[in-house]
Design a protein around this ligand. Structure first.
Ligand code: HSE
Length: 314
C-alpha cells in the first residue's frame, strides 16, 4: 500500500481568447508539485509550502490544495488523514492557472493514495472548491484542463458537463509571463456585468469557430476565431504594452494571441516549435523595451494532465 506520493500538475491557459470561463488547455510546463503523505490521525495538515514567499495560507480550509482534499475526504466519508507539502513552481496571480495546478495535483494525489475510489473526471468538483477559495469563483477552465490534459470545453456548469476537444498535433503554445501581478479576483471585478447583443454574436461565432477549427483541424479557421471582443478590451489595460506585444506575436507568425486566463500572462498559438520560439522572442523583446522582465515557456499542448513523479512507502 502506498503511503506517500509526489504529483505534478501543469499550468493552463484559460479562456483561450473567446471562451471566457468555458475553454482552457494545459501546457507542459511550468507546473506545481505536491507531496501527500498518509498520517495516523484524521484531517489535513499542510506541513510545508515552498516557492511563494509566504503568500499562501497554511490553514487547510483556506488553502486551495488543502480545501480540495478536505472536500474530497468529506464526500468519501473517509477518515484517512494526510500531510500535504505544496511546492509552487509558478508565480501566483500570473494567469497561468497556479491555484488550479495545486488543487488538481492534491486531489489527484489523495485519490491515488486512497486506491482510486473516484475516476479522474469525478475529481473535478473538488478541485473547483480550491478555485472558489482562491478567487471567489469556481470557474473550471483551468482546473478541468489541468486534470484532463489537452483542450477542455465546459459546456455547462450546472450540471457540470465537461468535454475534451481533440488537439491538432502541430499546435505549439508560447506563454509569456511579465513580472507583474494581477489577482484573478480583481480581474473579474472589472468586467462588465452586461454586454452588447452584437458583441455576444461575434463571440459565439468565434468560440464555435475555434472548436470546429480544433476538431477539423483547420488552422485558418483557428486563426480567424482566436478573437475576444468582450473580455480582452477590458482586461488588456492591466497589462502594460499589451497591444504592441500581441502585434509582435502576430507579426512573427502566431495564429493568434490573447490574455492567458485573467492575465497578466499572454499566450500565442503557432504551428511549429520554431515559430513558437520566434513569437516568444518577439514578445519578450517588446516587454524589454519598456523594462518589464518576463519568463517565456514554450511547449506543445499537454495531453497528460497530472503526472506521478514518485510514490512508495513512507
Ligand atoms: N476564466 C477565468 C477568468 C480564468 O478569466 O477569470 C482565470 O484564470
Amino acid at each position: 500500500m502506498k503511503n506517500q506520493i509526489r504529483v505534478y500538475a501543469p499550468a493552463t491557459v484559460a479562456n483561450v481568447a473567446c471562451g471566457f470561463d468555458i475553454l482552457g488547455f494545459a501546457v507542459a510546463a511550468p507546473g506545481d508539485e505536491v507531496v501527500l503523505r498518509k498520517r495516523n490521525q484524521p484531517g489535513i495538515v499542510i506541513t510545508k509550502i515552498t516557492g511563494e514567499q509566504g503568500q499562501l495560507p497554511i490553514e487547510p480550509e483556506k488553502n486551495t490544495a488543502g480545501v480540495s482534499v478536505l472536500q474530497l475526504l468529506q464526500h468519501l466519508g473517509e477518515q484517512q488523514g494526510f500531510e500535504i507539502e505544496l511546492h509552487k513552481k509558478m508565480p501566483l496571480g500570473s494567469g497561468l492557472g497556479s491555484s488550479a495546478a495545486s488543487s488538481v495535483a492534491s486531489v489527484f494525489a489523495a485519490n491515488e493514495l486512497l486506491g482510486n475510489p473516484l475516476s479522474r473526471e469525478a475529481l473535478l468538483p473538488f478541485a473547483l472548491e480550491g478555485e472558489r477559495v482562491a478567487c471567489g469563483a469556481a470557474h473550471a477552465d483551468n482546473a478541468a484542463p489541468a486534470l484532463y490534459g489537452g483542450f477542455v470545453l465546459i459546456r455547462s456548469y450546472d450540471p457540470l458537463d465537461v468535454i475534451r476537444i481533440p488537439t491538432p498535433k502541430t499546435l505549439h503554445c508560447t506563454l509569456i509571463h511579465p513580472h507583474i501581478e494581477v489577482r484573478t479576483e480583481d480581474a473579474r471585478k472589472i468586467l462588465k456585468k452586461e454586454i452588447l447583443f452584437k458583441d455576444a454574436i461575434v463571440q459565439w461565432g468565434n468560440i464555435a469557430g475555434l472548436i470546429a477549427g480544433l476538431m477539423l483541424p483547420d488552422y485558418e479557421l483557428i486563426r480567424r476565431s482566436l478573437q475576444d471582443v468582450i473580455i480582452e478590451p477590458v482586461r488588456s489595460i492591466l497589462i502594460p504594452h499589451f497591444q504592441e506585444t500581441k502585434q509582435a506575436a502576430l507579426e512573427s507568425g502566431a495564429l493568434g494571441c490573447s490574455i492567458s486566463g485573467s492575465g497578466p500572462s499572454m499566450f500565442a498559438l503557432s504551428l511549429s516549435l520554431r515559430t513558437a520560439q520566434k513569437v516568444g522572442d518577439a514578445m519578450q523583446k517588446c516587454l524589454e523595451n519598456i523594462e518589464i522582465e518576463s519568463d517565456v515557456y514554450i511547449s506543445k499542448i499537454n495531453q497528460e494532465g497530472p503526472r506521478i513523479l514518485a510514490d512508495g512507502a513512507a
